[in-house]
Design a binder for this molecule. Structure first.
Ligand SMILES: Nc1ncnc2c1ncn2[C@@H]1O[C@H](COP(=O)(O)OP(=O)(O)OP(=O)(O)O)[C@@H](O)[C@H]1O
Length: 263
């Protein structure tokens, strides 16, 4: 499913544009990365696309999901679209998980809403989802509360819940930022494998250029609410045109974490 954002502007109560005329497109099955420093408008872009902006912020412009305008749809229709057609995972999975509900029941919830009611069917499907996100001790994890799990396991659970509805588009907002480097690499590899397997369109948000460049085939660079550059990942890594992108790239090269392929 394609996602086309055109002239997306998010204004705060004082009329200041925290996202200013953002335009980008990701084709069905494509992987778009949005990069920029803290406060550049990445999360507000994602929340505007989802119809989940905090109170006091207002979006205008256009967001087409598979050709259908979804910006400004009534909440009831948005609820049907969220989860089913477009899902989101966040930096801190605890925000998406209910602290008082065992993991197995939580992962089952979206399935129940889709009409899977039989207990053994739910159990099988939840086990399959946890297996899909490479949870090994499935029975223990199903019986656990979110706080009993590690950060990496929680992010796997959040991913399983997002994927339970087989969304056509997945928006991942800094999904690995809170994790240590080894776990971060595991979750990134998992995310890449899952979107490749399912053909899900991915929008991946991060302040970390090396991370974005491993996941995305196209990159949008944001600064202070505006897009300063966009294009193919390799093209941007080889020949960044905006001074800001050059700064990001130099910083990443200095810690030797960005590789440009020569093909
Ligand atoms: N609830 C809110 N009400 C008004 N303005 C907000 C609100 N939340 C964020 N903002 C403003 O919107 C701007 C963009 O924030 P946003 O969270 O999109 O940035 P970001 O690029 O995702 O940064 P980070 O990586 O720190 O999350 C910021 O200047 C911020 O002050």
């Amino acid at each position: 499913m394609s996602l086309d954002v055109e002239g997306l502007t998010v204004t705060d109560a004082s009329g200041h544009a925290v996202v200013d005329e953002a335009t980008w497109s990701v084709a069905a099955g494509g992987r778009l990365g949005i990069i920029g420093e803290s406060g550049s408008g990445k999360s507000m872009t994602a929340l505007a696309v989802m119809g989940l902006l905090p109170d006091g912020l207002h979006a205008s412009g256009s967001v087409h999901l598979g050709g259908q305008e979804i910006l400004g749809l009534p909440e009831r229709e948005l609820q049907r679209i969220r989860g089913h057609r477009i899902a989101m995972v966040f930096q801190e999975p605890l925000t998406a998980l209910d602290p008082l509900m065992r993991v197995g029941k939580q992962v089952a919830e979206p399935l129940r809403l889709r009409g899977v009611r039989k207990k053994n069917q739910l159990h099988t499907k939840v086990s399959e989802l946890l297996d899909m996100v490479a949870i090994t001790d499935i029975d223990r994890v199903m019986r656990s509360y979110p706080w009993e799990l590690s950060g990496g396991q929680r992010q796997r659970i959040a991913l399983a819940m997002a994927l339970a509805n087989e969304p056509e588009v997945l928006i991942a907002d800094e999904p690995t930022t809170a994790l240590d480097v080894t776990v971060q690499a595991e979750i990134l590899a998992l995310l890449q494998r899952l979107v490749a397997q399912t053909g899900t369109t991915l929008v991946f948000i991060s302040h970390d250029l090396p991370v974005v460049s491993t996941v995305a085939d196209q990159i949008v660079v944001m600064r202070r609410g505006r897009i300063v550059e966009s294009g193919g990942t390799q093209q941007i890594l080889r020949k960044p045109s905006a001074p800001y992108t050059q700064t990001l790239l130099t910083a990443a090269r200095n810690v030797n974490r960005v590789r440009v392929s020569n093909d």
